[in-house]
Design a protein around this ligand. Structure first.
Ligand SMILES: [Zn+2]
Length: 138
C-alpha cells in the first residue's frame, strides 16, 4: 500500500520533474501543468500530509522558502499578483503552489490554475526561466 502511494505521488518521484532547488529537506519544481509561466511548487521531501506533521523549525523553513520564491518571482515577472496556495487535495503530499499571476484577467475564477490551458515553454524560454530562478534562489 505504501509503495502504491509512493508511485502515485509526483513529489516523491521527481524523475520527470524540473527541479530548481533542493536541499536535504525541501524541493522546488516547475509545475508541469502551468497556465502561466513561472508557476512553482515547493514541498518538503518527506511525504507528509500537512504542516502539523513537520517540526516547527521545518515549518518555518518551508514558509521562508515560499517567501523567497515569492520575492524571486516578483523580481523576474513583476506580476499583477502572486498566489500562494496549499490545498493538498489531489495529492496528499504537502506542497505550496507559488504562482505569478500576470494580469487581472488571469486572477479571476482560478484561471491561473487551469490544467486544461497549460502553456508550453520553448526550450529557450524554459532554460532562461530556470537560470533566473536558480540565480534568484542563491
Ligand atoms: Zn509524496
Amino acid at each position: 500500500m505504501e509503495g502504491l502511494k509512493k508511485q502515485k505521488c509526483f513529489l516523491c518521484d521527481l524523475s520527470t520533474a524540473t527541479v530548481l532547488f533542493e536541499d536535504s529537506d525541501f524541493v522546488v519544481v516547475l509545475d508541469a501543468f502551468s497556465a502561466v509561466p513561472g508557476h512553482l511548487i515547493c514541498a518538503p521531501k518527506k511525504h507528509v500530509k500537512s504542516l502539523s506533521e513537520l517540526s516547527e523549525t521545518q515549518s518555518k523553513e518551508l514558509i521562508l522558502l515560499v517567501r523567497k520564491l515569492d520575492t524571486v518571482l516578483r523580481n523576474i515577472f513583476n506580476p499583477f499578483r502572486i498566489a500562494i496556495i496549499s490545498s493538498g487535495l489531489a495529492v496528499e503530499h504537502l506542497h505550496f503552489h507559488v504562482v505569478p499571476i500576470p494580469n487581472e484577467e488571469m486572477m479571476w475564477d482560478f484561471k491561473y490554475l487551469r490544467k486544461d490551458q497549460t502553456i508550453e515553454y520553448s526550450k529557450q524560454e524554459k532554460e532562461e526561466l530556470i537560470e533566473k530562478i536558480k540565480k534568484g534562489l542563491k
